[in-house]
Ligand binder design. Structure first.
Ligand code: ADP
Ligand code: MG
Length: 163
């Protein structure tokens, strides 16, 4: 496992970090296929990060939080992207019942908020991203930890943010 820590002191930092990842994918010679879990309390910035990512990938128009729909899918400059929010799951079994496991087998980017609500039904993510408010005077500051669990996840993290 590779772990890296970051600070997103302002939303601009969040936007730039997302942009850098989007650029990596855009210039990648492989088919983009990545599973990313987003962990953090309500208001931590999970959806905001995904929005900046989608903007960097050419998605215009309104980007809804999938809190009610559970999943939103997008056609982007790098292919398909699925944005899940499992906040409203009452039972991990709902992941299977909704047929979502199948989506994880399709090439593309899958970002999942509240992955803990689907528990062991989810495959291992390439990245776990942990977001939290820094607790300092700056309410816009976020402390970020990225854990790369797979070989692919490690490669992308190292390529973007050094060894
Ligand atoms: P979550 O999806 O984790 O519940 P949201 O992204 O919906 O959280 O909300 C995060 C809120 O925090 C938004 O209102 C956003 O504008 C604000 N915010 C302030 N600073 C940041 C930052 N550095 N990164 C992300 N969001 C930030
Ligand atoms: Mg959210």
């Amino acid at each position: 496992m590779t772990i890296k820590n970051f600070f997103w002191h302002t939303e601009n930092d969040t936007q730039q970090w997302a942009y850098k990842l989007a650029q990596y994918w855009l210039h990648s010679k492989q088919v983009v296929n990545m599973l990313i879990f987003l962990h953090g309390d309500l208001g931590a910035g999970k959806t905001t990060f995904v929005r900046y990512l989608l903007r960097s990938l050419g998605v215009t128009g309104r980007i809804k939080s999938p809190t009610f729909a559970i999943v939103e899918s997008y056609d982007t400059t790098i292919g398909k992207l699925w944005h899940f929010d499992l906040y409203r799951f009452n039972n991990p079994q709902e992941w299977l019942d909704a047929g979502f496991s199948e989506i994880c087998t399709i090439n593309g980017v899958k970002l999942i908020e509240w992955p803990e609500n689907a528990a062991h039904y989810l495959p291992v993510a390439d990245w776990d991203i942990y977001l939290k408010q820094s607790g300092d005077a700056n309410e816009n500051s976020r402390q970020i930890q990225v854990k790369a669990n797979t070989q692919h996840g490690k490669e992308v993290l190292n390529a973007l943010h050094g060894n």
